[in-house]
Design a protein around this ligand. Structure first.
Ligand code: COA
Length: 143
């Protein structure tokens, strides 16, 4: 199992996982466009035997790190991989950044994962997402 920086050739595999895990998934174009912002966009993939099973997208601007996407492919969920990936990324980036993310209020597995790793709810927004669901905004403050 290995975490590595993603390259643009990984976009198709990332898109396939997006389709498997999200109803309102990112378009391939949006995924590719993140690779074109090298100054602040950081994409990492989690691989098992050279097969990508998950990924995380971060945008880091000054001392703020926004996790804008995180997923583990369906057959690999709930086996500890999400926690592994996010905790390693936080270890790597926790020096001088506050880490922000937003999550659907009904996404209990994700909210549990984020809480376990030290994120706290900072606000909620009703009907934030295009499907009408509410958002929870979470922050892990730089110590
Ligand atoms: C959310 C997600 C990234 C978590 O990754 P994962 O590998 O499945 O989660 P892990 O196995 O590392 O579990 C981490 C914690 O989350 C919770 N959890 C994970 N899956 C769960 C499930 N299906 N039901 C309940 N709790 C769950 C558990 O509390 C778990 O900790 P524990 O095993 O120590 O109790 C993954 O399930 C996923 O990709 N889901 C679909 C996409 C998504 O919702 N992304 C987040 C958008 S904000």
């Amino acid at each position: 199992m290995k975490i590595r920086d993603a390259i643009i050739e990984d976009a198709i595999k990332i898109f396939k996982i997006e389709q498997n895990v999200f109803k309102d998934h990112w378009a391939l174009k949006s995924i590719k466009s993140e690779f074109l912002k090298p100054n602040h966009s950081f994409i990492s993939v989690l691989e098992i035997e050279n097969n990508i099973i998950g990924y995380i997208f971060q945008r880091i601007i000054y001392n703020q790190n926004h996790i804008i996407n995180l997923a583990i492919d369906v057959p690999f969920q709930h086996k500890g991989y999400g926690k592994f990936l996010l905790s390693k990324i936080l270890e790597k980036n926790s020096h001088d950044t506050d880490v922000f993310l937003e999550v659907k209020e009904a996404n209990f597995p994700a909210i549990k994962l984020y809480s376990d790793l030290g994120f706290e709810e900072i606000k909620k927004k009703d009907r934030y997402y295009s499907d009408g669901s509410n958002a929870v905004f979470m922050l892990k403050k730089n110590k």
